[in-house]
Design a binder for this molecule. Structure first.
Ligand SMILES: Nc1ncnc2c1ncn2[C@@H]1O[C@H](COP(=O)(O)OP(=O)(O)OP(=O)(O)O)[C@@H](O)[C@H]1O
Length: 614
């Protein structure tokens, strides 16, 4: 790792004195109550089902008309469609009536089969979920409402949203995307209408849910602000609802069943807010901990939450608590790496190995990785933590990228959100940055006073200097970087979110994942270290379907990144200034840690070709 990179990592995990109170403690009794109620509901439901079954069996016994061979085909275990379950066991008032019914059913089945063979996606989807039932934990069955969607509409959706699914084990067409929330299997969570503030699933949610709900490992790559948090949160909650509570449970050790790892404290808190809202609806409990907060406070929170089902954490603090023994991941059947490429890069690699190594083995757990950027460098490592992952990419046909050859293949995984207007200003003299920044802010604030503006710097010291400069110029400004205590960081972020401060100066601790509504403009005062960081930084605007603007200062010092930046701009149909082109369009191949620039990334799983010389 370069010195500069190390510097940034330290910023993310740096301990500070101030403690942030983690919420959720007070919710425990309510959630416990809910859990009991849900359990009771489930029991009642099961009881009723059993009664119904018994009645049917008695009916059959009294009739004594039908042989065992006459039994209707038994449907596979279903999680959603009541109608299908009922189809499987029709009532039988008399033998003739029953035969008639059976014939009708056969006709219906034949028709269905015919339709299936015409409609490969649907057929495969249903086949797949049945075939997968044994090796995986999930049991997803495509809902009837999704099955009736014409294949043409499915194909149009996949094409329009540029959905690419690559599944190493499915030979044929992938599971159908869920186009509407109502097409998800009917479950306890679904019945809570958790999605009521949204109109439809985003493409990454639509395409990844069926696989994740089937219990498959998933790599999901989709633009910034496209709803990836819910893409992994919904399957976690559904899966935990289906599986039994952790057997081990004690006051001193927490045994979560799902763990979500986030690269920064603020992102961990944000993800925790999102999943705890969902989990709370169905009586599951969650806990969040991260570096920079008081360890004693977090330990006692863990004790209060000793039955927590889901843990959201930053790697450093999680590792500490694992070493102390106050948390154990031995029951964790679900692991999520949010911002997966960051979690797998050199700075976090060892921590992630340890954390995932503490969960159930990869064959016995479900592993999900989500990100907006998926560089080649981390893909092989990612595979070692997963079993036959399905890879779902949204967008990409127009992607340029970080590809030396320019064929776009590697660049497929690096695309800026196309709703962001990107402007690059090449500055001849880096000393002119602050004056230009002030001018832009003034102009912007004149137009729309309440717009949130995020200003990115590369170094902590630079952020302090820019913050002071803007304050001196009379601009109300907040800051978030590693030299600030956690309490101060949280305060700045809250003030920015609330709009009491409309300009936030940040380092890359705020580059990934943060979802702040109404950020209209991102300004990069100094170019980030990697092009992926650029994509994430500007992705703080233009979220959830909105538009945004990004202005980037580029100087002679950044010229090594010009080729990659040009590719990103071109792929998003953004103008490329002539001054930027002058720095060159070549994309330097990334150097390997050990083999340097001579390293060639080859697929080691390929078998050698036998060449015969005549
Ligand atoms: N189906 C949906 N429809 C509309 N908005 C949604 C939907 N799902 C999530 N959102 C909203 O979209 C916003 C961005 O979501 P999220 O933070 O999960 O994006 P992301 O893809 O993880 O972004 P990043 O790559 O920056 O981490 C959030 O405010 C979230 O509430």
């Amino acid at each position: 790792m370069s010195q500069e990179k190390k510097h940034l990592r330290e910023e993310e995990d740096e301990p500070v004195q101030a403690a942030k109170k983690v919420k959720t403690g007070s919710e425990a009794p309510v959630k416990e109550g809910k859990a009991k109620k849900d359990k009771k509901d489930r029991k009642d439901k099961e009881g009723k089902k059993k009664e119904k079954k018994d009645k049917k069996r008695k009916d059959k016994e009294t009739e004594q008309t039908s042989s065992i061979a006459d039994k209707p085909p038994v449907a596979p275990a279903l999680t959603d469609s009541e109608e299908q379950t009922e189809d499987a066991a029709p009532a039988s008032p008399g033998a003739k009536e029953k035969r008639d019914k059976k014939e009708k059913k056969k006709e219906k089945k034949d028709k269905k089969d015919k339709k299936k063979s015409k409609d490969p996606v649907k057929a495969d989807a249903i086949e797949e979920s049945r075939e997968d039932a044994a090796p995986v934990t999930g049991s997803y069955t495509q809902s009837a409402s999704l099955s009736v969607v014409p294949e043409e509409r499915i194909q149009d959706f996949l094409k329009e949203k540029e959905v690419t699914v690559s599944d190493p084990i499915a030979q044929n067409t992938p599971l159908r995307p869920v186009l509407e929330f109502g097409q998800l299997p009917q479950t306890t969570l679904q019945s809570k209408n958790w999605y009521k503030s949204y109109t439809a699933p985003t493409p990454i949610q639509a395409a990844s849910w069926p696989f994740a709900l089937s219990g498959r490992d998933v790599v999901g790559v989709a633009e910034t602000g496209s709803g990836k948090t819910m893409a992994f949160s919904v399957p976690i909650v559904e899966s935990l609802l289906r599986s039994p509570k952790a057997k081990k449970s004690s006051r001193d050790v927490t045994y979560p069943r799902a763990v979500i790892v986030s690269p920064t404290r603020e992102l961990a808190m944000q993800t925790h807010d999102a999943i705890s809202a969902l989990a709370g609806l169905v009586g599951l409990s969650t806990v969040c901990f991260y570096g920079g907060a008081n360890k004693d406070t977090q330990r006692s929170l863990l004790r209060q939450k000793s039955g927590a089902d889901v843990v959201v954490a930053t790697p450093g603090r999680l590792k500490d608590f694992l070493a102390e023994g106050c948390i154990s991941l031995s029951e964790a059947t679900f692991a999520v790496l949010d911002e997966a490429d960051r979690m797998l890069d050199t700075g976090f690699e060892q921590d992630i190995k340890l954390i995932l190594g503490s969960c159930k083995p990869r064959e016995a757990r479900q592993t999900l990785m989500f990100t907006a950027t998926w560089p080649q460098e981390v893909r092989a490592l990612a595979e070692t933590f997963m079993v036959n992952p399905v890879k779902i990419t949204i967008g990409g046909r127009s992607r340029g990228g970080d590809d030396e050859s320019g064929d776009g293949a590697r660049g497929m995984e690096l695309q800026a959100n196309t709703r962001i207007t990107q402007t690059v200003e090449v500055l001849a003299d880096p000393r002119g940055k602050e004056a230009r920044l002030f001018q832009i802010l003034k102009d912007w604030q004149r137009k729309g006073k309440s717009d949130r503006i995020l200003v990115f710097c590369l170094y902590k010291k630079e952020a302090v200097r820019v913050e002071k400069f803007l304050e001196w110029k009379g601009i109300q400004v907040g800051a978030i970087h590693g030299d600030l205590g956690q309490e101060q960081r949280t305060r700045s972020l809250e003030a920015f979110k609330a709009g009491t401060v409309s300009v936030l100066v940040a380092t890359d601790v705020a580059a990934r994942g943060l979802d702040i509504p109404e950020v209209k403009l991102v300004i990069n005062v100094t170019f980030p270290l990697t092009i992926a960081d650029y994509v994430h930084r500007i992705g703080r605007t233009g979220r959830a379907g909105k538009t945004g603007t990004a202005i980037t200062f580029f100087t002679e010092h950044d010229k090594a990144r010009s080729g990659e930046l040009i590719n990103i701009l071109k792929a998003a149909n953004q103008p490329v200034p002539d001054e930027l082109l002058k720095f060159g369009t070549t994309v330097k191949k990334k150097a390997h840690d050990v083999y340097g620039a001579h390293f060639k990334d080859v697929d080691m799983s390929l078998k050698p070709k036998k060449i015969t010389f005549d």
